[in-house]
Design a protein around this ligand. Structure first.
Ligand code: NAP
Length: 408
C-alpha cells in the first residue's frame, strides 16, 4: 500500500468524478455509501460519483428505490427469484438489470474507478477477488473475504493494479496513521473494541442473551451479523487477521484494547516512544468518504467530534475467558494457513444459527472451536479461490453438524 498527497481543486474534481460500484448497496455500509455520495452531489454537483453498478441479495424494493434515485448503469439482485419484480419496479428507468450470483460477479468485473465491497460474509469472497483482479480503488468493508481468502487474496493483490483502502473504521484509521516508509519502527498496532453490549456482563448471564439484545450495539448502527460479531468480540478477532493481511504486521505486534466510547479507533506505537491515535465520532460515513475520495479529503455528512461533551475516554484489556471468540481468532491468526478460513465459515454458521434462535449466544464459540479442532480440515495450503471455497463449504458442514448437536 502507498499513500500520496495532493489536495487542490483539480485533485478534488478528479476524485469526485470517479465512477463507483457498490456491492451490497442495501446494507448498513452500502446505504451509508450512497448517503455519502448523495451528500457529495449536493456539495459538489449532480455529476459527482457516477454509479456503475449496485447489488443486493434479496431486498429488491430498496435496490429499485436506490436505482431510481442514483441511476446506476446496472442493478443486480443476487436471489434470482426476485428478477421479475426488479424488472417491474425498474420498467422504463433505463437501468440494466440482472440476477444471480454470477451477475454479482459480473457487476464486480464491470469497470469502475472505485468498488465498494460491502457484501456481508464469505459471499463477498469471489466478487472481492474479481474486483481486486480488475484493479482500481477497492474500498474494502467486507473483512470476511480477507480473513477467509488470506494468502490467496494477497497473491491476487500483489499482481493487480488495485489499491485497497480499508473501510473498517479501525483499519481506515491505521491506514491514515501508518508510516509505511518507517515500518521497521512500528512497535505495535492496537485496534480498539467497544466491548459490545455485554462488556460488563458475567459469562453466566450471557447464556440467556437474545438476538435482539446482541444486535443492539451501544455505539454503532450495523448489520445483524457484524453486530453479533461485535458482541462476541469475534469481530475484533477477524479485524486482527484483516490487519495482518492488509498491513503485513505479524500477530505479536497486533493488539486489542477495549474502549467503550468508540472515539479512538486505532493506536500505532513507534520505536521512539510516540503513539499516534486516530479519533473521530463513531460514524461509518467518515471512513467511507475517505475511501471514496482518497487521497483527497472531501466533505462528508458524518457526525463531528465534540471533545467537550465527552465524559471521558477509558481503556481496559479484553477478558478472553469472557469472550473466547477473540482468543479463537488470535489462535487462528498465529496458526495461519487454513485456520482463519475455518474460523470465518464456522462463525458465519454459528451466528446465523444464533440469530435463528437454534443455539445460544455462548454456543457460537463452541461451534467455532469444534470446527477448528477437526484435524482433517487443517491439512495443506490453500492454492486458489476454488480451494478456499471448498474449505469454506467443508467447514460450514462441520459447523452445521455441531449446531444440530447443540440444538438437539
Ligand atoms: N456495518 C458497519 O458499520 C460495518 C463496519 C465495518 C465493516 N463492516 C463490514 O462490511 C460488510 C457489510 O456489513 P453490513 O453491516 O453493511 O451488512 P448488512 O447490513 O447485513 O448488508 C449486507 C449487504 O450484502 C448483501 N448480501 C447479503 N447476502 C448476500 C449474498 N449471499 N450475496 C450477495 N450479497 C449479499 C445484502 O443484501 P440484502 O440487503 O438484499 O440482504 C446487503 O446489501 C461486512 O463484511 C461487515 O463486517 C461493516
Amino acid at each position: 500500500m502507498n499513500k500520496t498527497n495532493g489536495q487542490n481543486g483539480s485533485d478534488l474534481q478528479r476524485a469526485i468524478s470517479r465512477s463507483v460500484t457498490v456491492l451490497g448497496s442495501t446494507g448498513s455500509v452500502g446505504t451509508s455509501t450512497l448517503d455519502v455520495i448523495a451528500h457529495a452531489r449536493q456539495a459538489y454537483g449532480n455529476d459527482a460519483f457516477p454509479i456503475e453498478a449496485i447489488t443486493a441479495q434479496s431486498n429488491v424494493q430498496m435496490l429499485a428505490e436506490q436505482a431510481r434515485r442514483f441511476r446506476p448503469r446496472l442493478a443486480v439482485i443476487g436471489d434470482s427469484s426476485h428478477y421479475a419484480q426488479l424488472e417491474d419496479l425498474l420498467a422504463g428507468s433505463g437501468v440494466r438489470i440482472a440476477a444471480g450470483p454470477d451477475a454479482i460477479l459480473a457487476a464486480a468485473n464491470e469497470p469502475a474507478d472505485v468498488t465498494m465491497l460491502a457484501i456481508v460474509g464469505a459471499a463477498g469472497i469471489a466478487p472481492a477477488l474479481a474486483a481486486v483482479g480488475r484493479g482500481g480503488v477497492i474500498a474494502l468493508a467486507n473483512k470476511e473475504c480477507v480473513v477467509a481468502a488470506g494468502e490467496v487474496f494477497r497473491r491476487v493483490l500483489s499482481t493487480s493494479r488495485a489499491t485497497i483502502i480499508p473501510v473498517d473504521s479501525e483499519h481506515n484509521a491505521a491506514f491514515q496513521l501508518l508510516d509505511f516508509a518507517q515500518s521497521h519502527a512500528i512497535e505495535s498496532v492496537v485496534l480498539t473494541a467497544s466491548g459490545g453490549p455485554f462488556r460488563t456482563w458475567t459469562r453466566e448471564s450471557m447464556a440467556s442473551v437474545t438476538p435482539e439484545q446482541a444486535v443492539a450495539h451501544p455505539n454503532w448502527s450495523m448489520g445483524a451479523k457484524i453486530s453479533v460479531d461485535s458482541a462476541t468480540l469475534m469481530n475484533k478477532g477477524l479485524e486482527l487477521i484483516e490487519a495482518h493481511h492488509l498491513f503485513g504486521i505479524e500477530a505479536d505486534r497486533l493488539g486489542v484494547i477495549i474502549h467503550p466510547q468508540s472515539i479512538v479507533h486505532c493506536l500505532i506505537a513507534y520505536s521512539d516512544g510516540s503513539t499516534l491515535a486516530h479519533v473521530s465520532a463513531p460514524d461509518m460515513r467518515t471512513p467511507i468518504a475517505y475511501a471514496l475520495s482518497w487521497p483527497v479529503r472531501m466533505h462528508s455528512p458524518s457526525r463531528r467530534l465534540d471533545l467537550a461533551t465527552l465524559t471521558g475516554l477509558t481503556f481496559e484489556a479484553p477478558d478472553k475467558r469472557q469472550f473466547p471468540c477473540l482468543a479463537l481468532a488470535q489462535e487462528s491468526l498465529r496458526t495461519g494457513g487454513r485456520a482463519p478460513t475455518i474460523l470465518n465459515a464456522a462463525n458465519e454458521i454459528a451466528v446465523h444459527a444464533f440469530l435463528g434462535r437454534r443455539i445460544g449466544f455462548l454456543d457460537i464459540a463452541r461451534v467455532v472451536a469444534r470446527a477448528l479442532s477437526m484435524p482433517n480440515l487443517m491439512d495443506g495450503e490453500l492454492a486458489d479461490l476454488e480451494e478456499v471455497l471448498a474449505l469454506d463449504r467443508h467447514a460450514r458442514m462441520v459447523a452445521n453438524e455441531e449446531v444440530l448437536r447443540l440444538a438437539a
